[in-house]
Write a protein that binds this ligand. Structure first.
Ligand SMILES: Cc1cc2nc3c(=O)[nH]c(=O)nc-3n(C[C@H](O)[C@H](O)[C@H](O)COP(=O)(O)OP(=O)(O)OC[C@H]3O[C@@H](n4cnc5c(N)ncnc54)[C@H](O)[C@@H]3O)c2cc1C
Length: 381
């Protein structure tokens, strides 16, 4: 078993760490305060090739694979979980286009998506409940040369900055419900962002509604085959969404560990740093163990994807373990900070708020447990 990253992956980690510290860190305070999306920064990440890290070289990407993407999201997430979240969702939208797009669609969109000239959202969830995608009400009526889309998507990351969205809508009710995926471009009449949510965390990463009102989508914007919508959504959620969330969680845990160690070394009580207290050692040890366990699960799941092996069980397990671990780690880092941990400006309370948002995103952790439990019991039969 080889636990060593390739020289390419190590170089990527180093380069992203530098980028995150130089370009992202100075913007974090403003993002927290204003909740404004730093669009220029996202464009810069596009120029760096971060949006297209998994996209094939011939499509304008870096072709570095899912393990490299995990490292990228971890390093961005260490500085800003909001930017890591935004980035991973853009890769999710783009990933659907790349994996299921026709030659013409890839020609039209792939390079722009890989370089951040085009930003893609993935719009699946509706108010009827994200855990029950078959219950979604958005419809796409076949009108001959186009589809007419009506519906409202909720909790969509990058809703207000996206140039296009991969939208899932119902194309058949009888005898069986069927869903299809569509590429809907910004500016299409009848397509607009709705309410932008006020979230507890991820400030600077917009989450909101996408509204479709008699929106005419040309036939050539059907993604994949008619009826393939749920399969496209599930593949995107599995390979890009959940793995992306795990990458964000790793970044939050690394940040929590570093903040805990730093504060423990600086805070003087009884004439000595609190880093001498056993209670502080225990918390730091627990944060470290959670981070290391999550990393092993995360890297293995990403590696399996890179080997083109089935990884849904491993990804779901990593998603619920790493996100809950990120919340535990942020809480422990807060505890080490005493009252300072509850004050804005010490970052650890931000890590806590951001970590909580990872629990429902891309399928709640109950749903991850359902996936793991169902797969393991089915395999035994
Ligand atoms: C920060 C953030 C970003 C997001 N970004 C996007 C995005 O870009 N695109 C997108 O399409 N969606 C996005 N979502 C939506 C997300 O995918 C949904 O929130 C998620 O699928 C859960 O849906 P829900 O919130 O409607 O909860 P519900 O489905 O209503 O669930 C409610 C409760 O019931 C439980 N539950 C439901 N079914 C089961 C079951 N079978 N077994 C056990 N318990 C169950 C859930 O675990 C939960 O506790 C985002 C969400 C967040 C928080």
């Amino acid at each position: 078993m080889n636990f060593q990253h390739t020289p390419e992956q190590e170089l990527l980690r180093k380069a992203v760490r530098e980028f995150a510290e130089q370009e992202i860190a100075p913007l974090v305070e403003k993002m927290e305060r204003t909740d404004e999306v730093p669009l220029e920064l996202i464009k810069k990440m596009g120029v760096q090739g971060y949006l297209g890290v998994t996209a094939p070289v011939e499509e304008g990407g870096a072709g570095l694979g899912h393990l490299a993407r995990m490292i990228l999201l971890e390093e961005v997430g260490r500085v800003s979980a909001a930017m890591s979240m935004s980035l991973q969702c853009l890769q999710f939208g783009a990933g659907c286009v790349l994996e299921f797009g026709s030659a013409e669609q890839k020609k039209k969109y792939a390079r722009g998506l890989a370089k951040g000239k085009l930003l893609a959202a993935a719009a699946v969830t509706e108010a009827s409940g994200g855990s029950d995608p078959a219950g979604m009400a958005s419809e796409a009526a076949d009108q001959g040369d186009h589809y007419l889309l009506n519906g409202r998507k909720v909790f969509i990351t990058n809703s207000h900055i996206a140039d296009l969205a991969v939208v899932i809508a119902k194309t058949k009710d009888e005898p069986k419900k069927e869903f299809s995926a569509f590429i809907v471009e910004k500016g299409t009449p009848g397509f607009r962002p709705g309410r932008a949510e006020k979230k507890i965390g991820f400030h600077g990463c917009v989450t909101g509604e996408l509204v479709l009102e008699n929106c005419r989508v040309p036939k050539e914007n059907l993604l994949g085959e008619e009826g393939q919508g749920l399969a496209i959504a599930l593949k995107g959620i599995n390979d890009y969404g959940r793995t992306g969330i795990v990458g964000v969680a790793l970044g939050l845990m690394q940040a929590s560990l570093e903040a805990a160690v730093k504060f423990a070394g600086e805070r003087i009580l009884y004439g000595r740093p609190i880093s001498n207290l056993p209670s502080v050692h225990f918390r730091i040890a627990e944060i470290y163990a959670d981070l290391e366990a999550s990393r092993l699960m995360a890297y293995r799941a990403a590696w399996l994807l890179d080997q083109k092996q089935r990884a849904d069980t491993e990804i779901a397990a990593a998603k619920f373990f790493a996100t809950e671990a990120a919340l535990r780690c942020a809480r422990k880092a807060m505890d080490i900070h005493g009252a300072y941990g509850c004050m804005h400006g010490y970052n650890v309370e931000r890590y806590c708020r951001d970590a909580q948002l990872l629990i429902p995103a891309d399928g709640t952790n109950d749903i991850q447990r359902v996936v793991v439990g169902r797969n393991l019991t089915a395999r035994k039969k």
